[in-house]
Design a protein around this ligand. Sequence first.
Ligand SMILES: NC(=O)C1=CN([C@@H]2O[C@H](COP(=O)(O)OP(=O)(O)OC[C@H]3O[C@@H](n4cnc5c(N)ncnc54)[C@H](O)[C@@H]3O)[C@@H](O)[C@H]2O)[C@@H](O)CC1
Ligand SMILES: Nc1ncnc2c1ncn2[C@@H]1O[C@H](COP(=O)(O)OP(=O)(O)O)[C@@H](O)[C@H]1O
Ligand SMILES: [K+]
Length: 465
Amino acid sequence: MRRAHTVEQVRAAEGELLARLPEGALMQRAAAGLAHAVIDLLDGAYGRRVVLLIGPGDNGGDALWAGAMLARRGAAVEAWLVADRAHEAGLTALRAAGGRVAEPHPDHGADLALDGIVGIGGRPGLRDGAVAALRHLDGVPVVAVDIPSGVDVDTGELDGPHVEAALTVTFGTHKVAHLVDPASAACGVVHLVDLGLALPEPAVEALQPADVRGLLPRPASDAHKYTRGVVGVRAGSAHYPGAARLAVAGASCGLAGMVRFVGDAADGVRADHPEVVGEGRVQAWVVGPGGGDAAGEALAAALADGVALVVDADALAHVDAPFGVPAVLTPHAGELAAMTGADRADVEARPLHHARAAADHYGAVVLLKGRHTLVADPAGPVRATTTGVPWLATAGAGDVLAGVIGALLASGLSPYDAASAGSWLHGAAATLASGGGPLTAGDVARALPETVRRVLDPGMEESPA
Ligand SMILES: NC(=O)C1=CN([C@@H]2O[C@H](COP(=O)(O)OP(=O)(O)OC[C@H]3O[C@@H](n4cnc5c(N)ncnc54)[C@H](O)[C@@H]3O)[C@@H](O)[C@H]2O)[C@@H](O)CC1
Ligand SMILES: Nc1ncnc2c1ncn2[C@@H]1O[C@H](COP(=O)(O)OP(=O)(O)O)[C@@H](O)[C@H]1O
Ligand SMILES: [K+]
């Protein structure tokens, strides 16, 4: 599991460790990890040119100590001080290693810049001096120290200018902004340097392949189709028959024992999936994709069964609070805005806030779709999905997702696990189907069984951020 903690949690854990270790030891650990990550990225230090952007606090201290290590290995290191003070011991170490302090200027020839402007002590936005210095670094890859300066660390929100990093090297644990958009999109690849912190339950977490492997249902040796769970799909309409076919394609990923379908598009569904059967008992319903005007009736019929639900698309407009049934609600930003009366742009700017608020309001799991989809449960950490590719932003992809989550619900997973594992699989299937190029929603559904096969193979490594 990739775990992300709040600044307060990190400060408390660091405080305990600081009390036990010699002064400066934690910063040395952080700086050494940072310097190694930079050397990896530059494929060496000797002869490379590195600019350090140095703010007033310990974040600048990390950058200065790492700069000293790079200078000792033959890099030409220049520190630009963008605040009215800088970490004294770090400055002394940089100078002793042959690095120098300079005013920001355009003729630096830098191969890389280290952003040590602010870390977890920073407020959102950047001061003018930092913005002016960054202008000289246009086109130079930036490695953010702990966090891209300027983002809101605990919410992932943006308010004013911020650094856009190619790589973020963070310390001790991930921070919320590394996983939650829009800030996480400014982090680039995130690399964690272990500091040995003892940490409580995280605020946000992201499933990794081993976590998904642990959650996925596997048929018992004496399984039959009913013990594996039956998922029902109530979707599609005369106007949107395709949505029904895509939701059924997602539900047919193989993780449930049987798929039922109720709706106008039954002929098309059976042409695609001859094994799909009609109305009957299910362990979970998927309601809403392409449902049009009939979505309210479909939701009422599904609710009457008293089983777990995935409520998507047109059915979301008919959801009452509190919802009262184990459920996953799967809105995108526009749908969540329509449900709660919020502004769509505000949902996109503050997805963590809105996903949490909606989960509390409805008393249900809310899956807010986006680049990093969020799964909020009224209790427990929010889960962020870090699998997927931008090609997944394609019509019908959400219908497939609803089907996959329904299959996992039917197999016995909780709404929280079904939503987060389903979203992870959906993103991973998109990456597999894309292979770097475009895809259709149907391609994502067809890639699901192979994605499941690969994740069940314990050789699969942790995915990059
Ligand atoms: N506490 C520890 O034990 C460790 C801390 N480490 C580093 O220390 C960092 C935290 O250091 P600090 O607590 O000194 O805080 P920062 O280095 O994040 O700096 C915060 C200071 O910057 C100023 N400031 C706030 N917002 C600003 C803005 N938008 N623009 C310009 N200036 C702003 C304020 O005066 C504030 O005191 C971490 O992010 C990490 O890089 C690491 O060395 C690991 C160990
Ligand atoms: N930039 C992006 N990168 C990766 N995935 C994305 C991005 N934008 C959207 N997605 C994903 O694409 C899917 C789109 O679903 P949705 O908006 O419901 O489309 P539709 O209603 O057409 O099915 C969601 O799973 C969402 O998380
Ligand atoms: K920083």
